[in-house]
Ligand binder design. Structure first.
Ligand code: ATP
Ligand code: MG
Length: 367
């Protein structure tokens, strides 16, 4: 096994900078999620690690070896794509063992000349396929063809094909996006369990912030080819580095309100929020997560007009207005929120985020 290091990698396609000076250290055995909106460079970054895309600048290391000039097949990685292509004329067993056979059995003539070795290799391949099938719950499907499988089962075969190779590193590019919502959640949990068991260093790409939050040991948030923040899901959620990360991570997104400041305080409704020492005036954006709203106690009291309420069972999403700005809240369903009326809600000081409105950067001390 091995960690992966991206050191200032840049990839240009003509005028487009797909990945811009990206530096990322992924520890041995870690599960890192690259997340960001469409077109931010996730797939390109992954393809660079795989060796499928040449670098414009920078270095990629797997373990302690720089692999810039190592061809994909010698990098000891396995990749699972969004559109996995299984061989339709082969059954599950054959689909899973085919790549290994090509790799390990070399040529027909080699097999003729090395019969006993070839027999050992075949037994080894059979062992790996069997083990992997058990791991993924595919044993009873080994003789079936892809057309006789459900979408989720096919997905697991594609995964199995990568696992049997026992690579040093897994690269996964939106592997769950073809599955329906329920199966996606289920497979997500299976993947996490699998990772705990195998402990193989994994880089996982998704544009889905929930997937990133639930799966990653650490998540790397990207925008326009540039890394915005790289930390644990909890740290990214609690201390977003800028307004982009603040609104990308968390559902519904964080409310961002531009506020007036004077003499070290920002005004929000009737409340004054103390600003950090380095900012006394200037344009400040206050961030409050929908789920930070509280029905009774809190340091700040805010007055809202209720526009629309969306019940979700245990909780509800409430579309509000504060002054002339829109605001979204998540509240327990038993909190009274009559549509069209004015209500008071509370926020704790520790749940308030402050950003520089111009740069978008967090004003947290030490951030
Ligand atoms: N072969 C290529 N030639 C030219 N431009 C490309 C090429 N591949 C990607 N790009 C551009 O590079 C940028 C990053 O693309 P990339 O596929 O890495 O994004 P992504 O984050 O994976 O997006 P998605 O979530 O939609 O898959 C985009 O602007 C894309 O148009
Ligand atoms: Mg992509």
């Amino acid at each position: 096994m091995a960690g992966v290091s991206l050191r200032g990698i840049t990839k240009r396609f003509g005028k487009v900078v797909a990945v811009d000076n990206l530096t990322l250290d992924i520890d041995d055995g870690e599960f890192v999620v690259l997340v960001g909106p469409s077109g931010c460079g996730k797939t390109t970054a992954l393809r660079i690690v795989a060796g499928l895309e040449e670098l414009t600048a920078g270095e990629v290391a797997i373990g302690d070896k720089i692999v810039n000039n190592v061809p994909p097949k010698d990098r000891d990685i396995a990749m699972v794509f969004q559109s996995y292509a299984l061989y339709p004329h082969m059954n599950v067993r054959e689909n899973m063992s085919f790549g290994l056979k090509v790799r390990m059995l070399k040529s027909f003539f080699w097999q003729l000349a090395n019969r006993s070795k070839a027999r050992d290799v075949r037994a080894e391949i059979e062992r790996r396929v069997q083990e992997t099938a058990e791991l993924l719950g595919l044993e009873h499907l080994l003789e079936r063809r892809p057309s006789e499988l459900s979408g989720g089962q096919r997905q697991r075969v594609a995964l199995g094909r990568a696992i049997v190779r026992e690579p040093k590193v897994f690269l996964m590019d939106e592997p769950l996006s073809n599955l329906d919502a329920k199966l996606r959640v289920q497979t997500r949990a299976e993947l996490i369990r699998l990772h705990r068991r195998l402990g193989i260093t994994t880089i996982y790409v998704t544009h889905d912030q929930t997937e990133a939050m639930t799966m990653g040991d650490r998540i790397a948030v990207m925008k326009d080819g540039v890394l915005q923040q790289y930390d644990t899901p909890d740290a990214v959620y609690r201390h977003p580095a800028n307004t982009f990360v603040a609104s990308f991570i968390g559902m519904p997104p964080m409310n961002l309100l531009e506020v007036q400041t004077s003499n070290g305080f920002a005004k929000l409704g009737d409340n004054s929020i103390e600003l950090p020492k380095q900012v006394q005036n200037g344009n400040v954006t206050v961030g409050i997560r929908p789920e930070a709203l509280r029905p009774s106690e809190g340091d700040l009291r805010l007055s809202f007009q209720v526009d629309v309420v969306e019940p979700l069972g245990a909780t509800k999403t409430v579309y509000l207005r504060i002054g002339d700005q829109q605001f979204v809240g998540t509240l327990d369903s038993d909190v009274a929120t009559p549509e069209g009326e004015q209500i008071q809600l509370f926020v704790r000081k520790s749940d308030i985020h402050l950003f520089d409105s111009e740069s978008g950067r967090s004003l947290r001390q030490g951030a």
